[in-house]
Design a protein around this ligand. Structure first.
Ligand SMILES: [Zn+2]
Length: 276
């Protein structure tokens, strides 16, 4: 959708030089879709979006010589950012916390927590239309959540509150979110658990994910889950053609550009907002 960068109006005239003129305020602006911003042949882009939709990693495509691994990675990152944009992940969605018992009052007997120094927390819920939503991390309290998860769910597991919001944790190591492969998938008791099972199954394609790009991967699984009955390749091609490269820049650049709140506060006391 072509938005005026100044007043956000969506109506615009096309000018002779290829730019646009806002019908609301008269501002002239240029607009390039994410799809057009990628300088690969249309055939390569079609093949890449098909592979992305089918969950084929860049590494698995190493025999295909039509684009360099770097170009393919960049294309995948752009596709993930578009998913995050479509799923309204415009602000920090996760919190990174210390999980050592001495840092917390709660003691955990749940599996996995003793071996994890730091974890990443993610919250999610169902919206009024029945879609899965990942709200901003400022709407929940990380210290409450980590205490609850330590008591009620193994590391990597999920816990649903009576309020209809669920929280999950993953292990962090260095700058990476570590995906532990589990052969068996636990039976989901509700919609939110089934989302988390779905997310973990997809994320397990990667052994570890750079934590600075984790929000992009969550945007991708959220988009996949919300459109799991549809033709993803067609949807994604339309999405990349409808979103401008400028719109996703803040999402692509990562947590730092998403606001003045620290994306990964390591100090639990800094967290604002307490309702869960
Ligand atoms: Zn305008």
């Amino acid at each position: 959708m072509k938005h005026c960068p100044r007043c956000k109006h969506t109506g615009a005239w096309t000018l002779g030089d290829g730019r646009f003129k806002c019908q609301g305020c008269g501002t002239r602006f240029s607009w390039t879709s994410v799809w057009d911003s990628v300088r690969l042949s249309p055939e390569s882009k079609d093949r890449l979006i098909e592979s992305f939709a089918r969950g084929i990693s860049v590494y698995q495509q190493r025999a295909e010589g039509d684009a360099s691994p770097c170009s393919k990675e960049r294309f995948y990152r752009l596709a993930r950012a578009c998913c995050a944009f479509a799923e309204h992940l415009h602000e920090p969605i996760s919190q990174m916390v210390e999980s050592r018992p001495d840092a917390l009052s709660g003691r955990s007997s749940m599996r996995g927590w003793a071996a994890a120094d730091r974890v990443i927390l993610i919250g999610f819920q169902i919206d009024a239309t029945g879609k899965l939503r990942i709200p901003g991390a400022s709407s929940w309290n990380a210290s409450e959540v980590v205490r609850l998860l330590r008591e009620c769910a193994p590391l990597g597991g999920v816990f649903t509150l009576p309020s209809g919001r669920a929280f999950a944790s993953l292990k962090l190591q260095g700058g990476y979110v570590v995906m532990q492969r589990s052969g068996s998938v636990t039976m989901a008791a509700d919609f939110l658990e089934s989302f988390w099972n779905y997310a973990k199954q997809h994320l397990q394609l990667y052994r570890k994910i750079p934590s600075k790009f984790f929000h992009l991967y969550m945007g991708e699984v959220c988009f996949r889950f919300n459109h799991r009955q549809q033709d993803l390749a067609v949807l994604l091609r339309d999405l990349l053609s409808a979103v401008s490269i400028n719109e996703i820049k803040p999402i692509l650049q990562g947590p730092e550009s998403l606001g003045d709140r620290a994306f990964f506060p390591t100090n639990l006391g800094q967290n604002i907002g307490s309702q869960m």
